[in-house]
Design a protein around this ligand. Sequence first.
Ligand code: ADP
Ligand code: MG
Length: 705
Amino acid sequence: MNDQDQSKLVPAMFGAYVFNDAVMRERLSRNVYKALQATIREGKPLDASLADILASAMKDWATERGATHYCHWFQPMTGVTAEKHDSFISPTPDGAVIMEFSGRELSQGEPDASSFPSGGLRATFEARGYTAWDSTSPVFIKKDGENTTLFIPSFFCSYHGHALDKKTPLLRSMDALNTQALRVLRGLGHTATRKVMATLGAEQEYFLIDRCFMDGRTDLLFTGRTLFGAPAPKGQEMEDHYFGSLHERVASFMNEVNQQLWLLGVTAKTQHNEVAPGQYEIAPIFEVLNVGVDHNQLVMETLQKVARRHDFVCLLHEKPFAGVNGSGKHNNWSIATDDGINLLAPGDTPHDNLQFLVFLFAVVRAVDRYADLLRAAVAHAGNDHRLGANEAPPAIVSVFLGEQLTDIFEQIQRGGVKSSKGKATLQLGVSTLPPLPKDSTDRNRTSPFAFTGNKFEFRMPGSAQSLSGPNFVLNTIVAESLREIADELEAPSAEVLTRRIEKLLHAYAREHHRVIFNGDGYTAAWKKEAARRGLPNLASTVEALAQMMAPKNVELFVRHGVFSEAEYHARYEILVENYAKTIMIEAKTAVYMVHRQILPAVVAAAGEQARTVSALQAFGTPTAASELLTALLDGSNALGAGLEQLEAAMARARAAEEAVARAKVCQEDVLPAMLRLRQTADALEARLGSSQWPLPTYAEMLFQR
Ligand code: ADP
Ligand code: MG
């Protein structure tokens, strides 16, 4: 029983592993603290003597908490984090050691970069890469087993200064957004704001299965998803798992996840059962975007580590199980100012809140013009099983504004806005219940990009992906709209400001109303309607990634200093290659499993069945037994044929010389061959005795706790 009073424990635990503001105030002299704050605020380089003092304070703090090592923690193009640990030890002449940490070691690292994806930016022999401390994201300690290390969130670049990571473009895009948003605010006469920041609240979905099932599932081990598996007799049709009461083992797991995250300063807030059996969600409270992205990496890592301690395995893949919902990561995004304004908060009468409308329209315009980029930002092999595949959300990018804002949008489109539909109240007809205030809009679960009160919720990112990509795209495309608006506001004009803004909004409403859609995004009718409106429907990763290199998209990133052309092209190469590699690993795993597990089991079962049929013949005609034997024989032959087809498709993919062509063969040949092989295997699974089938089943994995 845990009846300890948590009112003091949780606040004491929160951020205990973080070298945060309170620690800095306590451990640094006033001057050092102030200089550091200025550096962080203004993004200036830290001077060397200051860095030494700071490093030494960090080392003392970390070693007191058990740390022996430090590491630069960075985010290479693999999509996961990387860390190389160095101990604090430094030898003394008398053969002993002392614990030391210099400003130089804090500020910069030089890992061998040759084995990280670079998309051709760096030849393998030019191995040198640099990591540099991102002082806007807090340093923390992390305990893995018996090992405690000081983690320094870092950028990662090549010897020639090209970004090789996911953090650098994200920070650059935040700068771009800040620059353009400030211009717009000044243009609107708002002078108090000194900095504009994007904010992020990331909802993370995941599955848990009992760890004992992992042993037999080579597919989960190597690909993160099941490549075989007949459906369980029950799926999610009863809708009884969503928000259901927590299983005790799961609740205990969540409890430890929360504690670990609180120690790391992650504001773990919401937890619940998700739609599919075995599926769950965790969400923190929103924070400054780049810290939110770093924290989401910690959330994913913590879920996986803690799961093992509770004899679970946490699956972060977008589609671990066919036939039930996959997992996404809702990206709640807004723009806030340092003087405390949420620029996407409508207030009670949004129609006369010009500042809000300007920022709202900037986002709508950005999403319409760069829908292809947003789609590409969430394109990878795992997410292809979700987007456009009859579950949330569709592959067509549209914006949900809800009733109140759509009404205002349409008034502006018609040429003048006069009113906001007010808030209603809910009458439940229960006499003890007072009327409840009702939100001005309902929710829409199918929209890929929904306005949800005071933020946009981008619902397309995959559960396993880094949120850096979707957000540097979002920041940059909105910065571009704001740049145009600022140009307009700064241009000399005889007209009064409000009139000019109204004209601009009117033009935007006319141009972009096609991207507004409040209806059901799953229907075939919407696909047709979207095509009529000219909205792109990029159904697959291969199609979506191809759009990245459209000249307007390359220009966008170069203009805002988010990527050089070379860096951007490298990213594209990495993503295309990553798709092909993922599918090929899946295909090899499928072949491996059929050869080593499934085919031997089916053949053995057929042999046993043949002996059974012979034995039974002495007693009459064994019709059912013979029919089963025939099914097993036919099935094993079909497996053999399926293997041959898959291997031929894989050979064609290997023969493709260039990455895009290989990715295409993977999509058009390899994936369908894999699916056919799966169908054959799944049909056999349904016929085999439970002791004869070599793989843990969907029924076991999804339902046994
Ligand atoms: P839902 O009903 O969409 O599942 P949740 O409460 O699970 O809602 O998640 C909503 C997320 O949006 C939370 O992480 C929350 O902190 C975040 N959020 C709220 N306001 C903002 C904002 N201004 N900017 C970014 N994220 C926000
Ligand atoms: Mg949500």
